[in-house]
Design a protein around this ligand. Sequence first.
Ligand SMILES: Cc1cc2nc3c(=O)[nH]c(=O)nc-3n(C[C@H](O)[C@H](O)[C@H](O)COP(=O)(O)OP(=O)(O)OC[C@H]3O[C@@H](n4cnc5c(N)ncnc54)[C@H](O)[C@@H]3O)c2cc1C
Length: 448
Amino acid sequence: MKKYDVIVIGAGPAGGACASQCAKSGLKVAMLEDFGFGGTCSLRGCDPKKILAEAAGVVAQAQGLMGKGLENCPTINWEDLARFRDSFLRGKKEKSQKAYQDLGIDTYNGQAQFVDQYQVKAGSDKLESKYFVLATGIKPVSLDIPGEENISSSDDFLALDRLPKRICFIGGGFISFEFASIAARAGAQVCIVHRSDRVLRQFDHELSAKLAQALADAGVDIHLNRPLISVTRDKGNLMVKAGKNDHELIINADMVVHGAGRVPNVDKLNLNMTGISVSSRGVEVDKYLQCKGNSRFFAVGDVADTPFALTPTGDMEGRTAAANIIKPQSMACEHTGTPRVVYTAPPLCAVGLLEEEARKANTKIRIIHEDIAGWFSWANAGQKFAECKIIIDEDNDLIAGAHILGMGADEMANLFAMAIRLRLSVNKLRDVLWAYPTKGYYFRYMLG
Ligand SMILES: Cc1cc2nc3c(=O)[nH]c(=O)nc-3n(C[C@H](O)[C@H](O)[C@H](O)COP(=O)(O)OP(=O)(O)OC[C@H]3O[C@@H](n4cnc5c(N)ncnc54)[C@H](O)[C@@H]3O)c2cc1C
């Protein structure tokens, strides 16, 4: 039986950040991982997705300038793109595992399962620890429909070596939107089937609706208010049935992809002896990320019931938990100004509060809501879809929320994230000099 100060389960950005900080401070640390060191983001999430999205973005940008000086729009050679994607993934798990070992961390490959509240086993190894950190991420929710086995995962889409001709994405969240944007620009016939009339719930609803128009303009069919009924297979053809009562829709596809929500990845851990509680939103934690019900446990990243499931927040939560392991209750978790981006073409971002959240807060707000497609930095790129909504907290002269749809919104998200997190006043921000003609230059005009 090996004994540790800290055992971290899950080697994604959250677990990795926590384990590294603990090891650097001299604690004896072990990490357990059952898929690959690096986790979802680098192996089957953000990074492979962005490689595909980058090519799709170039096609979309070229499309914007067709007939305005450009001819012969580029096309995507998916097999080449897949090879380029793979060149980033090759050896990544091993490199990442080695980097943890170089910090003095013991690494174990295998599925972790608790034996009791002090011991965990991974394969044939049994380990004991003073503290446990749960960083096991989230996984696709079961859709519980006939033919669920015919639905592919986001991992399958990101690993495609050949692009199917007809792809149907289930769910109107960021994964479906981003993948639909990629597949449509790569030449597939694409649709999204969503159960309600509101897509992208964590983003501004008006800008999300505009993004849906932009994707429709790129050839994506978006079917709203169509709950999924079944997915049946007849040889190579998949038949998706969705809708209610007499409003049934039938879609034929070569691939159907799950983009319909994710749940905490805890069912294999055997947590029932540990005393901690888990809801559908994640492992319940206090502001120090210590688990309710057992103070020897921490939860970080996507698996924790914290506001966002993103790489930067996972990393921040991992570092926060480490600080609280090293010195109890020394650092509270702070999510103010978290930037969220949908990497479609055009991208959509949200930073800080949504309009409905800001309206509930007890301060006077002012909203600057503009169609910015005609502003020079979007017009000169031939962009048809660009809009911003900035929410100002007038009582405190601060930006409460920033929402931008349009080319460059992903990078502008960082400017707003800095302004919101560092509580830079609107008055001070007006004094900044911005490079012209960049998209960032329009930051000050977005403040009204
Ligand atoms: C398709 C896709 C695209 C995304 N794009 C973005 C993006 O552009 N930007 C962004 O910020 N975020 C993005 N995300 C989200 C981002 O990947 C996650 O927020 C981030 O990876 C969370 O880190 P984590 O450490 O909490 O969990 P993960 O990275 O999911 O790591 C958890 C690890 O725990 C392991 N594990 C689970 N159970 C066990 C067990 N019992 N024993 C041992 N190991 C276990 C898993 O195999 C996994 O490797 C995307 C996610 C997906 C799926």
